[in-house]
Design a protein. Sequence first.
Length: 94
Amino acid sequence: MKPRYATALALFLCLVSTLRAATPSPPDTPAGRRIQALLGAFEARTAEAMEAFVAGNFSADALKESPASQRAGRLLGMAGETGPLEFHRVVRRT
């Protein structure tokens, strides 16, 4: 019986590693890189990560309307409520 369990475990681990490798990621475009940065900031869930995301992805005009620290604070609150986000796919307009 034990050899069967070992074989089943080995197959399961191979399947899990294959599925992890097949996880989609945002495209290598300006918008895709921005999404990847947001996902990373949400995963880190730190003020520093959110402030870096805001500083690198919001225009000067947007930051005049609402300061970076305020925007980062709101995003950090969202990250705390939702936890890390997952990218699934790009939806194309028809």
